[in-house]
Design a protein around this ligand. Structure first.
Ligand code: SF4
Ligand SMILES: [Zn+2]
Length: 141
């Protein structure tokens, strides 16, 4: 599975890295912009049967890894997958409800603070997540 579908992967477990075909190799998997041939070569390694290709891709998607080849996918491909997943999540929200961008739970609008800078007039985070986020922010001295 290397497409946009969801797959349950234990993201706390990073032992998979040791089993990857690229274990210990970093340079080849982080081609610079324009180095298309290096990117293709790195993807070919992933797609040659790397046993942790799903874990690798899911790790990169979840951690928003912006650079390099992960799970056989390059930067733009991962951006597309993330965009598609966001759209799928949005499409699954019942009318009159809203999904929190942090905890991703679907809640009624009353559970979100007002925010005039957003398209729907509500903060993207639910009130609970907003409070946790604000509390965790370092205070200005
Ligand atoms: S899928 Fe590719 S980048 Fe990920 S561990 Fe395997 S070889 Fe390395
Ligand atoms: Zn939330």
């Amino acid at each position: 599975m290397t497409g946009a579908a969801f797959k349950a992967v234990d993201l706390g477990d990073t032992a998979w890295r040791q089993r990857g075909f690229c274990s210990g190799e970093t340079e080849a998997f982080f081609p610079h912009r324009g180095e298309a041939r290096r990117a293709i070569a790195a993807k070919a390694v992933c797609l040659s049967g790397c046993p942790v290709i799903d874990e690798c891709l899911e790790f990169a998607l979840t951690n928003n890894e912006r650079f390099g080849v992960w799970g056989g996918k390059g930067e733009e491909e991962r951006r597309r997958i993330r965009r598609k997943r966001r759209q799928q999540l949005e499409a699954a929200v019942p009318a009159g409800m809203k999904r929190c961008s942090a905890c991703e739970l679907v809640k009624p609008p009353k559970d979100f603070h007002r925010d005039n800078s957003t398209h729907d007039g509500l903060n993207p985070r639910c009130a609970e997540c907003r409070t946790a986020y604000t509390a965790a922010r370092p205070k200005a001295s």
